[in-house]
Design a protein around this ligand. Structure first.
Ligand SMILES: Nc1ncnc2c1ncn2[C@@H]1O[C@H](COP(=O)(O)OP(=O)(O)OP(=O)(O)O)[C@@H](O)[C@H]1O
Length: 506
């Protein structure tokens, strides 16, 4: 089915999120939609999916004008959406999730789970998905959960599929598998809209590329365009894609972690006897496939894990099992992996989010009074410095685009007096121009003598930032190696193979 968006305009108050956008996607085409944070990509897709009503413009499917009052209408017309935050019910099986909202019944009004099961099997076999209809969604890895979302859309005969940043939460292998699935869907005649900030993925699968900036289409590009060309088209200026950094000026050992063990709330050993040290002025990157204990390690460092053994020392201060408040007050900056869950309060304004955790004293609160003037000035400066695209500092954070929300978290954490920075997936969902800026700021933090721990599943990010790399596998440290360790060696380590330790720094 051919999709055509004509002159779509969508305003939020005075903000024009989509400004007369035209986009055509042919059947059997993968069309990448590129654009900096806040450019209006998700808004456009929400209009297409019936979640928002356009102020102007038309949606056409096979040349027929459509009117979608809600997602139900869009789905009926053949549009499917694969969200980044999955909309599945964890305690239901795959088949139950697929039939949800679309239940077929047998005579007597009973739900026909067998029918849903058959459908899952049929679609799974056709595309080589390898999904068990009876598996509980909660037990499935993220990549497989995503396939369930795709099956759900296909079981409703989706002919146009929208993937909105689908690889942000996937491992490199899951990403490769998804690319393969997208190619198969394309061969099957599906029209695909693919939103991503990862230029490599665009060049790998896209047939055509449309670039939006400030709500308008600014151009088309061919998948043969270089990263630098795509990046500058997106952000309207040349972007440095490599991080320039001097050799580290290493100071004393600042963070010392000894035999750290974390047991999660359901009793599993998720971090197993992990020991490492980070010096002042050094970046230690923790690499690994998602789910190998990195998340719990960072949470333990900031006091968010209740069952911790071993020791955590910062400049000689014992922080093991200290409260989150004490740890933050000790000068630990924390960028959590999930900004919505742990980093921001969506209903609070940008300004309020920028002073979160700091309401207990100067400079934001003096003699019990909130210093509104100071807060406004501070927030305005941070918004400009970190290029947060927002109508005002009074805007609720929940209204910002994903990448701009991430910038608010970074602006807050990087603007404190730090003795340690712990950043998990710092550039998740962030556009190429902002990645450049954030990486620069992390290196500046290092160069100011702060020890930095960065957890990232992106090898490009790890090799760009790291002075040393610690690879984790199944809760253990596989090895700690120099920052310039080749990617293939890191890849093997991420699969659990010990490195050839020759030359590996302690
Ligand atoms: N419900 C809403 N109310 C008010 N403003 C909104 C709303 N949804 C989006 N916006 C604004 O519209 C603009 C476009 O946001 P959108 O989420 O479409 O960007 P995006 O291109 O998807 O960005 P990202 O790459 O960061 O996900 C942003 O300035 C955002 O703050």
């Amino acid at each position: 089915m051919k999709l055509e968006l004509r002159g779509i305009t969508k305003k939020f108050g005075s903000l024009v999120a989509n400004d007369h956008i035209d986009l055509t996607v042919e059947p059997g085409e993968i069309h990448a939609l590129l654009g900096e944070n806040g450019a209006g990509k998700s808004t456009l897709m929400n209009v297409l999916y019936g979640l928002y009503q356009a102020d102007e413009g038309e949606i056409l499917l096979d040349d027929e004008v459509q009117h979608f009052a809600g997602p139900g209408d869009a789905m009926k017309a053949g549009i499917g959406m694969v969200h980044q935050h999955f909309m599945l019910i964890p305690v239901f099986t795959v088949a139950e999730n697929v039939m949800l909202g679309h239940e077929s019944t047998k005579a007597g009004g009973l739900l026909d789970v067998a029918d849903a099961r058959r459908k899952v099997r049929e679609i799974s076999d056709r595309f080589g998905f390898d999904v068990d209809p009876d598996a509980l969604v909660d037990d499935l890895p993220v990549g497989v959960q995503q396939r369930v979302e795709i099956i759900k859309a296909l079981s409703r005969d989706a002919k146009v599929l929208v993937f909105d940043e689908p690889t942000a939460v996937l491992t490199p292998q899951e990403t490769d598998e998804l690319m393969q699935i997208m190619r198969q869907l394309k061969q099957n005649g599906t029209a695909i809209v693919f939103i991503t900030h990862k230029l490599r993925e665009v060049r790998e699968v896209a047939d055509r590329i449309t670039v939006v900036r400030l709500g308008k289409v600014v151009g088309e590009a061919a998948p043969t365009a270089s990263n630098a060309e795509l990046a500058s088209l997106m952000v309207g200026r040349a972007v440095e894609l490599t991080v320039h950094k001097e050799a580290p000026r290493l100071g004393e050992k600042a963070l010392v972690v000894e035999g750290l063990t974390v047991i999660d709330p359901i009793g599993q050993l998720v971090v197993n006897e992990v020991s490492f040290e980070v010096r002042r002025g050094e970046v230690l990157c923790v690499a690994g496939v998602q789910g190998n204990g990195q998340t719990e390690l960072t949470e333990a460092l900031v006091g968010l894990q209740p069952r911790v053994e071993g020791r955590i020392l910062l400049d000689g201060d014992e922080l093991t099992r200290a409260s989150v408040r004490r740890i933050l007050n000790a000068g630990v900056g924390f960028v959590p992996e999930d900004r919505n869950e742990d980093g921001l309060v969506g209903e609070f304004t940008i300004a309020e989010n920028l002073m979160l955790d700091r309401a207990d004293g100067p400079p934001f609160v003096k003699a019990g009074n909130l210093q509104l003037g100071y807060l406004a000035e501070f927030a305005q400066d941070r918004v400009e410095e970190f290029d947060v695209r927002t109508p005002s500092i009074e805007t609720k954070v929940g209204r910002l685009s994903g990448g701009n929300q991430q910038k608010v978290v970074l602006a807050r954490e990087l603007s404190r007096d730090l003795r340690l920075l712990v950043a998990a997936q710092p550039t998740r969902g962030v556009d190429v121009g902002s990645i450049e800026f954030i990486h620069k700021r992390i290196i500046e933090t290092r160069d100011a003598g702060v020890p930095v721990v960065v957890v990232s599943t992106e090898l490009d990010e790890v090799t760009a930032l790291a002075d040393r790399i610690m690879v984790m596998y199944r809760g253990r440290v596989v090895g700690i190696v120099p920052g310039d360790t080749p990617r293939d060696v890191l890849g093997l380590m991420m699969a659990g193979e010990s490195p050839n330790t020759e030359g590996a720094a302690a």
